[in-house]
Design a protein around this ligand. Structure first.
Ligand code: DXP
Ligand SMILES: NCC(=O)COP(=O)(O)O
Length: 252
């Protein structure tokens, strides 16, 4: 079974557009779990454009009290604290999610748009990965489908990789002639990761159009989906959206 982890960033984005606490991020997270999602994901950023430290704390409590549910916190471990954002490592070690997905985003990026360059950053990641694993937190690295880089992900101690699916999603939209090549590269990367003993997650711009094919990726364990999911929830209702993604992942 491929786990659906709903990313709540965009619920928080709407909340932050006004004073107050509406929509309530944790309430929406609970509704996603009640509808059958196997997990929740958030990506706190130093500028707190959407997810705030308090959201991470509240969602960690919610998920810790739900048997069989996973909480995944994503972010750049090298980004400096800012205001009441204490830094990813501090926040993750405080809240102890099931998984931490390290992502090489700079602070000025609109969104995540590339995987790690472990030839450059691998040595700096080793002690952080070790610290997270010693805290009992599964470590996933946001990666492009590059076999050499994925071999380095194993060497630096990652438990899983999260394949960055942005270019795949874009190729589906454009019905690019490169689409089959891109998907084949993801399959090769997944098979390589599996042979190394790495778990396989995937995410970014996945949706109900591109997921039917992507769900066939060998060994895929978890997808984290937020942007398109939120739009679908507006259109069909949150419970129906969770059901639609679960059915898609199940091959229905
Ligand atoms: C790592 C990734 O691809 C997404 O999880 C990320 O959370 C997107 O961030 P925004 O929601 O800020 O675009
Ligand atoms: N790691 C991907 C994620 O959590 C959500 O990405 P998106 O669906 O908002 O593009």
């Amino acid at each position: 079974m491929i786990a659906l982890s709903v990313n709540l960033n965009k619920i928080a984005l709407i909340r932050n557009s006004r004073e107050g606490n509406f929509p309530h991020v944790t309430t929406h997270g609970r509704s996603c779990l009640d509808a059958g999602a196997q997990g929740l994901t958030v990506h706190p950023r130093p500028d707190q454009r959407h997810i705030r430290p308090g959201d991470v704390r509240d969602l960690a409590t919610l998920c810790a009290n739900r048997e069989g549910i996973e909480f995944n916190v994503e972010g750049n471990p090298f980004a400096a604290p800012a205001g009441d954002y204490p830094g990813l490592m501090s926040l993750v070690l405080e809240t102890n999610p099931d998984q931490c997905t390290l992502v090489p985003d700079s602070n000025d990026q609109l969104t995540s748009d590339h995987g790690f360059d472990l030839k450059r950053d691998g040595d700096r990641l080793v002690p952080l990965i070790d610290q997270l694993k010693h805290a009992g937190i599964r470590v996933s690295l946001f990666m492009d489908p590059d076999l050499d880089q994925i071999s380095l992900a194993k060497e630096v101690g990652a438990d899983r990789i999260e394949l960055y699916t942005g270019p795949y999603a874009e190729a589906v939209v454009k019905q690019s002639k490169e689409l089959n090549t891109i998907f084949s590269a993801h399959c090769a990367a997944a098979e390589h990761a599996h042979q190394l003993g790495l778990g396989i997650n995937a995410g970014h711009d996945l949706n109900l159009v591109n997921l039917p094919r992507y769900r066939t990726l060998p060994g895929l364990q978890e997808v984290s989906i937020g942007h398109a999911f939120t739009v679908d929830a507006i259109g069909m209702g949150l419970e129906n959206a969770v059901g639609a993604y679960l059915n898609c992942l199940a091959g229905n």
